[in-house]
Structure formats: structure tokens, C-alpha cells
Design a protein around this ligand. Structure first.
Ligand code: KG4
Ligand code: ZN
Length: 370
């Protein structure tokens, strides 16, 4: 066992979390796996807005420029010297490979110079712990298990059965688009600026949904998988009209039928938002039917910031008599705090085994293990 592998006894555990998987350069210091001493997030939205999506090369260059100042700021805001850190956690999967590598290199370099453990954390798994952290000055209890978990983000839409925050088994996932991806694409069709999700959410709140609800993909009577591509197409047609061949148009005109109606953007946004939230609630209800022993609902990912989804999840948790762990808004989107919190828990779980630290050959992987 090297010095870096030896668990340290400190008055408190202070883990630095680094997150660079996509277009947020983020770092945070978390105490005892639960209390967020600092949480710094530098968004790159402005850099990618003109391309209406994240450009991988621009993202990794921006991470490389920002990572050192962001880590320094996280330490300063936490009132922590780097020599006080007990470990460094880094999101090392899934994500854009060039972006992930910047965070992984920074984390390994820092851990090596400080002679403390470094641990790679799965970003999707980390979203599930975002409802189990709280800012300095507050306290937060451990959730009751077993629990159901829901991750709704730009890249993932998945359901989990969780025996603990570490033992997590996927029980459902999207078979096509992630919910956040559908939000962003529909927002782009409606002419909303990047990033689409929060702008669509704001627009949806200004209007009534169109009278005929959009379809909810059930897939099969018991499936826990999701599909959002049909909903995305329904929103496109409701806004731009259903495309017709010239033959279909002349047949329709011969029958004196009007073309399929189109609707204004706010009403399409409201109908999309309603169907998206209902899809999530439907699959979660099925999961609770299958797992009546679940005592908690853990939620995470950027779309858990959605106003309607938050209301619907609160109502579902009440109906099922489970505790809802919905992250505070600042922990919904990508952040270093959730990475540090999960890293700290993984290190504790590994404490009896050796080696404690990931090796310095630890690297980035584009896909999730969850
Ligand atoms: O978790 P996240 O920050 O990154 C990934 O891991 O993908 O999630 C980003 C996604 C984007 O698709 C963004 O449009 C969506 O979360 N999002 C929202 C809202 N805020 C962020 N979608 C709907 N309503 C929101 N309020
Ligand atoms: Zn994320």
C-alpha cells in the first residue's frame, strides 16, 4: 500500500470534485459526502450558441483554459487549502472524450502532487446523488432504501433500482432520444435560442397546451423503457404542418379536406412539456408497481430542473408515499458537487479494500457503466 492508498483520519473528509464531461467546467469541495462547501460552474453556453449545439473541439479547448482557475476558485470559496483535501474525484465517463480527458488529467496531476487518492466517477451515477447534498449551514439526512432512481439529462433518460447510493441497477432507459435531447431539438424547431430546455420550459408556462395531447410512448404494457422520438416529430408537425406528397395533397383537396392544423410555438411547447412529463410519470408509476418496497425516489439530471416535471414528481411521491429527493436547482445541471459526493462515498465503500485510490493509468471513457 502506498501513502496515497492509506485512508487518512481527518476531522472531516474534504473531497474535490471535477466535472468536464460536456460544456460545463465545474469544480466543488464537498465535506463528509454531503455538505457542499463550494460549487463553481463555468458554463460554455455562449461559446456554442451560434452552432446551436456543443462543438466538441471548442468544448475541450475551453475546459483546458478554465480548469485551473475554476479549481482554485472552488478551493478559495470553500476556505480550503489544497493540502486539506483528502481525495480528488473526477467524472471520467460518459461524455465527450476530449472534454473528459481535461478533467481526468487535472485530477490525476493534483492527486499525485498532493499524494492523496484520485477516483473516477460515472457522471450518470453521480446525478443520482444530487438530491442527497446540501449547502454549508444545512444538514441532510441519508435517504431510506431501497429506492427508485431517475436520471433525466441531455444524454440519458434511465430508471434504476437502488439498494444504496452505490448499488444501482438500471431497470429502464430510452430506446432513442434522451428527454433533454428532445427538449433541445424541439426548442430549436420552435426557434428558441440554445440551450433549448430551459427556454422551452419558460415558453410552455405562457400558454395552454393544444387541445389534442401529444402521444405518450408506452412501448409495451410493462416496459420501463422510454421513447421520445415520436413526441419530437408530433411537436414538429404541430408547429410546421404535416408534410404531404403532391399526390396526397391533390387527393385531400379533391375531398375538400383542409390541411392538418398548425399551432403557435407557446401552445406546442406546452403540449410537448405536458407529454414529456407524463411519459416520465407513467414509467415511474410502472416501476413503483413492480417495486412496492421502494421508499425513496432519487432524481437527477438537467431536466430535473423542469418546472412541470418537478410538480409532477412531487405529486407522484405523495401518491406513492415515498420521499422525493429532488436536487436543489444548482445541483440539477452538471456540477462538481455531485461528483465529489459520489467519489467520497465510493472511497468509503472501498475503505476496507486495497488499493483505495484509482491508479494513475485511470482514463476517460465515452460511455456510461450505468
Ligand atoms: O445533466 P445535464 O446538465 O447534462 C447532461 O448530462 O446531459 O442536462 C442538460 C440537459 C439539456 O438538454 C438541457 O436543455 C436540459 O438538461 N434542461 C432542461 C431544463 N434545464 C436544463 N430541460 C427542460 N427544462 C429545464 N428547465
Ligand atoms: Zn449531466
Amino acid at each position: 500500500m502506498t501513502h496515497a492508498d492509506a485512508p487518512r483520519s481527518r476531522p472531516s473528509d474534504l473531497v474535490l470534485g471535477i466535472e468536464t464531461s460536456c460544456d460545463e467546467t465545474a469544480a466543488a469541495v464537498v465535506e463528509n459526502a454531503t455538505i457542499v462547501r463550494s460549487n463553481v460552474i463555468a458554463s460554455q453556453h455562449q461559446l456554442h450558441a451560434e452552432y446551436k449545439g456543443v462543438v466538441p473541439e471548442i468544448a475541450s479547448r475551453a475546459h483546458a483554459e478554465r480548469i485551473v482557475p475554476i479549481v482554485r476558485e472552488a478551493l478559495a470559496l470553500a476556505g480550503v487549502d489544497k493540502s486539506d483535501l483528502t481525495a480528488v474525484a473526477v467524472g471520467n465517463r460518459p461524455g465527450l472524450i476530449g472534454s473528459l480527458l481535461v478533467g481526468v488529467a487535472a485530477a490525476k496531476a493534483l492527486a499525485w502532487t498532493l499524494n492523496i487518492p484520485v477516483i473516477g466517477v460515472d457522471h450518470v451515477h453521480a446525478h443520482l446523488v444530487a438530491g442527497c447534498i446540501a449547502p454549508s449551514g444545512s444538514t441532510i439526512a441519508e435517504p431510506a432504501f431501497p429506492a427508485l432512481g431517475l436520471v433525466v439529462s441531455g444524454g440519458h433518460t434511465s430508471l434504476y433500482f437502488c439498494r444504496s447510493l452505490i448499488e444501482v441497477q438500471r431497470i429502464g432507459a430510452t430506446i432513442d432520444d434522451a428527454i433533454g435531447e428532445a427538449y433541445d431539438k424541439v426548442a430549436s424547431v420552435l426557434g428558441l435560442p440554445f440551450p433549448g430546455g430551459p427556454n422551452l420550459d419558460a415558453l410552455a408556462r405562457t400558454a395552454e397546451p393544444i387541445a389534442t395531447p401529444f402521444p405518450i410512448a408506452r412501448i409495451s404494457p410493462s416496459s420501463l423503457d422510454f421513447s421520445f422520438s415520436g413526441l419530437k416529430t408530433a411537436a414538429l408537425y404541430a408547429f410546421k404542418g404535416v408534410p404531404e406528397t403532391s399526390l396526397a395533397r391533390s387527393k385531400r383537396e379533391a375531398r375538400s379536406q383542409p390541411p392538418a392544423p398548425t399551432y403557435p410555438a407557446p401552445r406546442v411547447a406546452a403540449a410537448f412539456q405536458q407529454a414529456a412529463a407524463e411519459t416520465i410519470v407513467l414509467k415511474l408509476s410502472r416501476a413503483f408497481d413492480l417495486h412496492p418496497e421502494a421508499r425513496t425516489l432519487l432524481v437527477g439530471g438537467g431536466v430535473s430542473a423542469n418546472s412541470l416535471l418537478r410538480h409532477r414528481l412531487a405529486a407522484l411521491a405523495l401518491e406513492r408515499a415515498v420521499e422525493l429527493r429532488l436536487p436543489r436547482l444548482e445541483y440539477c445541471l452538471d456540477n462538481g458537487a455531485m461528483i465529489a459526493a459520489l467519489g467520497a462515498r465510493l472511497l468509503t465503500a472501498r475503505a476496507s479494500s486495497c488499493p483505495l485510490s484509482d491508479p494513475l493509468t485511470m482514463t476517460a471513457t465515452p460511455t456510461t457503466a450505468f
